[in-house]
Design a protein. Structure first.
Length: 263
């Protein structure tokens, strides 16, 4: 299997098995003589919980990812052409599809033994929103090899597109309600940012600890190899010393007998 296939397999597998499975594949590559592949595999890093859930979705339910990306294309086309009616309808579809596909990712994660915490579920939705909004992010999600969740900075409707939506709206939202909703969104964004930052710091510390463990395991393997070499050298030295002792004892015995005959 090529690196891309192995990576997709690893990033959709159980996160707890990522490091051992990666190392097994790397060892197998070394045995086959493919040291380049082994080195590339060893560089792969364990994904965060949110990234793993999105990778699992891309691997197990690619049609959901395709539906999401196609909706993103439709939204961008409607925005370019300033089709207000279509933008309003597609915006409603966007909310529904994001909710459904985020739920699908959470469902798949639970089927594979991992219930997503609410902050992680929000990161999954944030990543899927980024995929819907940005073609490059969409391609990254489709590969199924994310290491961490993607950033979301909004769909990016320009002022003309927003004006087109407003012109086709049957009844605009009251300004007071809009202000309240914006304030609520700002507060929830702050809370999400704090929770996301704490999770990312914890997962970074986890990855760094895993890296240190890997380095220590490699150092231990090297030390054990050196110990085996020293033991072989010590055994060889003992054998040489025993042969020399035997030769010395034999020579001493011959000398003793010669001296006895002269007397």
């Amino acid at each position: 299997m090529e690196l891309e296939e192995l990576a997709r397999e690893l990033y959709a597998a159980d996160p707890a098995e990522f490091i051992p499975a990666r190392d097994r594949h790397a060892a197998a590559a070394v045995e086959r003589g493919d040291r380049d592949l082994a080195a590339q595999l060893k560089k792969l890093r364990k994904p965060t919980a949110a990234a793993w859930a999105v990778n699992l979705l891309a691997s197990r339910d690619p049609r959901s990812v395709t539906e999401l990306l196609e909706l993103g294309e439709k939204l961008r086309a409607a925005q370019r052409e300033l089709r207000g009616d279509d933008l309003r309808a597609l915006a409603a579809d966007r909310t529904r599809v994001l909710r459904e596909i985020t739920g699908r990712a959470a469902e798949l994660a639970e089927q594979h033994g991992h219930r997503l915490a609410e902050p992680t579920r929000q990161q999954v939705e944030q990543t899927l929103t980024a995929a819907l909004s940005d073609p490059e992010a969409g391609r990254a999600v489709r590969t199924g090899t994310l290491i961490k969740p993607l950033e979301y900075s909004g769909f990016g409707l320009d002022e003309l597109a927003v004006a087109a939506i407003r012109r086709t709206a049957a009844r605009p939202k009251p300004q007071r309600e809009l202000r309240e909703l914006r304030e609520q969104l700002r507060h929830t964004d702050e809370h999400l940012g704090e929770a996301t930052g704490a999770e990312e710091r914890a997962e970074t510390a986890e990855r760094e600890a895993e890296q240190r463990c890997e380095e220590l395991r490699e150092a231990l393997q090297q030390a054990e190899s050196e110990l085996r070499e020293h033991r072989r050298n010590a055994k060889t030295a003992r054998q040489r010393r025993e042969r020399a002792q035997h030769d010395r004892d034999a020579a001493a015995e011959r000398l003793r007998r010669a001296e006895a005959r002269e007397r």
